[in-house]
Ligand binder design. Structure first.
Ligand code: S3P
Length: 451
């Protein structure tokens, strides 16, 4: 039984990274494409779909809600949309797996239905805060119960008329913004969401591509309510760009592994996602953008990354939301840099798939790096990794895909190999990471251990 066995990686110094690779499709875009195509009238095709556990879980949820979704080939889906009011109740709880995006956005969609639903998730998702969506959705008239402390499962009672809301987000969160915009599809009147810092705008862009009246600019979105009028989402084809957050691990790895020269092809370059490029360039990284183009309405480019010496920086707080998923990788870049790197204004990292400030600080300390953790950030003092030959080092990923991949990069810079523990969840966002990483020069192999 897989539950009795823990999957690990053994990592160690690899060779300089070379070649040209394409990472899988964007997770955020893939989730949203399934959702909007399901709620649209007509048949939509999705290409470049992320075959990850998170996004497949979202597709499975919509299948349970009565949507026919075909997979004619890997990374493609044909979605037979049922229209805004065509979903049917599921007899069983809806399993969002590890995906915060799946659960929070679904809460918005399901709050507007005529039927009841229950949203559940895995052990990590079951510890993640849902009040941030429950409270504003309740203000719109939704009825959602959670476990104590606002934790999943979420019990959503249907049949409540939703009213529009003008809501100022207390934290910068694309997931919360998106949940409210999706609930807004079912509300009377225009829903307005204001953000303290602009966040990724895929929901807004995709709603517009599906023909829904929505106005948005960085920091504010206003969506027309769908209750009591004849608006519909109209099926459209979606081309999913390669996920910047998956490319990020290779961008950092090629920057810090001496002698590397690696190209990442067709990477999604949405301005609200590429804060890591700004941070790394301030650190002295050599990242060249070529072949910039638009694919399916999203900016993409090829990125050529050559290794350089990096220097520590103070990460500007203004770019934190634009690189919110990239901090595990940035911790490794900071460890390899000359001098200290200071992160502030990043308390949200404590409520991701793991407490990423704590898990990355512990991981780097196990490799001999000094890290001073604070409530909302950390100072990482760059120096040579010092893993020991005689004491076996195990870095626990805490079941967090991005911690596992960040630790694997650190391993490439260490003379003494170590174990990255509990890596199965890498499949949530980056299926095929191992093979791709080895193909460009990583030293990484899988092993198993009893739990
Ligand atoms: C996501 C938004 C971010 C990000 C997550 C995906 C999305 O979360 O960390 O991986 O698809 O909207 P928050 O919006 O909660 O910051």
């Amino acid at each position: 039984m897989s539950g009795m066995v823990r999957k690990d990686w053994i990592v160690g110094r690899g060779r300089p990274l070379t070649g040209s690779i394409r990472v899988p499709g964007d997770k955020s875009v893939s989730h949203r494409a399934i959702m909007l195509a399901s709620l649209a009238e007509g048949v939509s095709r999705i290409d470049g779909f992320l075959e990850g556990e998170d996004t497949r879980a979202t597709a499975a949820v919509f299948q349970r809600l009565g949507v026919k979704i075909e997979a004619p080939s890997p990374q493609s889906r044909i979605v037979h949309g049922v229209g805004l009011r065509g979903l049917r109740a599921s007899a069983d709880a809806l399993d969002c797996g590890n995906a915060g995006t799946g659960m929070r956005l679904l809460a918005g969609v399901l709050a507007g239905q005529a039927f009841d639903s229950i949203l559940v998730g895995d052990a990590s998702l079951s510890k993640r805060p849902m009040r941030r969506v429950i409270d504003p959705l309740a203000k719109m008239g939704a009825s959602i119960d959670s476990e104590a402390g606002g934790l999943p499962p979420l019990r959503i009672r249907g049949g409540h008329a939703l009213q529009s809301i003008d809501y100022e987000l207390p934290v910068a969160s694309a997931q919360v913004k998106s949940a409210l915009l999706l609930a807004g599809l079912y509300a009377h009147g225009d829903t307005v969401v204001r953000e303290p810092h602009p966040t990724r705008d895929y929901t807004e862009r995709m709603l517009s591509a599906f023909g829904w009246p929505i106005e948005f600019e960085p920091g504010i979105a206003r969506i027309r309510g769908g209750a009591g009028n004849a608006h519909a989402l109209r099926a459209t084809d979606v081309h999913v760009p390669a996920d910047f957050s998956s490319a990020a691990f290779f961008i950092v790895a090629a920057s810090v592994i001496p002698g590397s020269d690696l190209t990442l092809e067709a990477v999604g370059m949405n301005p609200r996602r590429i804060g890591l490029l700004q941070a790394l360039r301030r650190m002295g990284a050599d990242i060249e953008e070529t072949n910039a183009r638009t694919q399916g309405g999203e900016a993409v480019a090829d990125l050529r990354v050559r290794a350089t010496r990096l220097r520590g920086i103070d990460v500007p707080e203004a770019i934190v939301p634009d690189m919110i998923d990239e901090f595990p990788a940035l911790f490794v870049a900071a460890a390899c840099a000359d001098g200290a790197t200071k992160i502030t204004g990043a308390a949200e990292l404590r409520v991701k798939e793991s407490d990423r400030l704590a898990t990355m600080s512990a991981a780097l300390r196990a490799l001999g790096i000094r890290v001073d953790e604070s409530d909302d950030g950390a100072v990482i003092h760059g120096s040579a990794f010092a893993s020991q030959a005689d004491v076996p080092v195990v870095i626990d990923s805490h079941g967090d895909h991005r911690i596992a991949m960040a630790a694997a990069i650190a391993g490439q810079c260490c003379d003494n190999g170590f174990t990255v523990g509990d890596i199965a969840n890498v499949a949530t966002s980056f299926p095929g990471f191992e093979d791709l990483a080895r193909s460009v020069g990583f030293s990484l192999r899988e092993s198993t251990a009893p739990r």
